[in-house]
Design a binder for this molecule. Sequence first.
Ligand code: ATP
Ligand code: MG
Length: 436
Amino acid sequence: MAEKLQAIKGMNDILPASIARKDKLPDAALWAWFEDVVRRELSAYGYHYILTPLVEPTALFVRGLGEVTDIVEKEMYSWRDAMNGDALTLRPEATAGIVRAMVEHNALYNGPLRLWTMGPMFRHERPQKGRYRQFHQLDVEALGFAGPDVDAEMILLVRRLWQGLGLVVGEHVRLELNSLGQPAERAAHRAALITYFEAHAAELDAEAQRRLHSNPLRILDSKNAAMQPLIEAAPKLMDFLGDATLAHFKAVTACLDATGLAYRVNPRLVRGMDYYNLTVFEWVTDRLGSQGTVCGGGRYDGLFEQLGGKPAPAVGFGLGIERLLLLIQELALPVPVVAPQVYAVIAEPALLPQAVATIESLRKAGLVVRMHAGGGSLKSQFRQAGASGARHALIFGADEAARGEVAVKDLRDATATQITRPLTDPAAWAHTLLTA
Ligand code: ATP
Ligand code: MG
């Protein structure tokens, strides 16, 4: 026998509910339900669906995300195309590709755009619960909008998603906010940080020393416990922010306040990519251990220009679908199950063609019918009819067929008497099976 092959470490099969293991990643039915909620809410907020390639030129991410970021330094799947030598990368995030596409198609020519996409991202990280090498994101971007209005709307859109999914804000997820200011303000803060950390050079770990002159802001993001007192006492960006930046931030929080959404201003919130400015936010949970950020985003007004486009303000977020669904699974939130309305039991194999014709007519009339396939005893067919969650069973039996009829059994009411319906023109009685 040939050797069995396995999926790549950190890249998961998302399996149908019937075969998925409860201690593993959530099943595909949960994903489909999440996608339904997302489609509904995003279109209600006026966002349009977009798809961009999974593979992009490596330069896009190096320029877009910043050279001294975790992603570009050590997490990207990059290679040379053996055919033509092109430097290629599997996308580690969605924003850079979307901005590349908008610049390439001069898409903001007619005004701003609200866009969303959903799909796999790739990062070479150490796989663990909530952290994978292929993971999936919902990604939402508002392009060409400068104001705090759209920042606030986007945060509130995430709250709508939580509500649609049954998550309680404050209990299951909470919002953290910060302002990263404008480039000049960040530069002043950066200079002050370098001076401060230089004065404490002996207390820096190796990673911090390396970042001191390339990206000192990322030192603030260090997870090294020994460094925390030093980081706590470091100069705060808030003290370097000018009036316009503070006014923008205040306008965002005023909108959130008006809708009763609670948040915590976290001056330590920096985010992993270089492209952010002004508003940044994260939605976090403490039910997933250290992988607690389910959604993160913010403003990136400089990215269009950095990627060769006309300057255009923009704001967006990425939501980690695995983490979110793990949270929903962990909390055992009720998830709607999609059951057929009717299960067709075919008692007599010779009746199959007649049964198929009737079933197709019922489907055309709008009924969700699951046809028993593969034969088997009546008993086993009824067992599967019960397991399907269908309200009714249609029974195609020899006696009924001889009278030109099909039997209908109420699967949820054992006392209900079995009725029959004519095999001709099923559309005429299909609606009688729709009542709950
Ligand atoms: P973290 O700090 O956990 O590494 P991040 O800041 O790198 O997250 P972003 O790049 O902002 O994450 O991506 C947005 C969201 O995508 C995260 O909040 C998280 O929910 C999810 N995410 C990021 N990396 C992974 C991964 N390797 N596996 C699963 N989900 C991920
Ligand atoms: Mg990361």
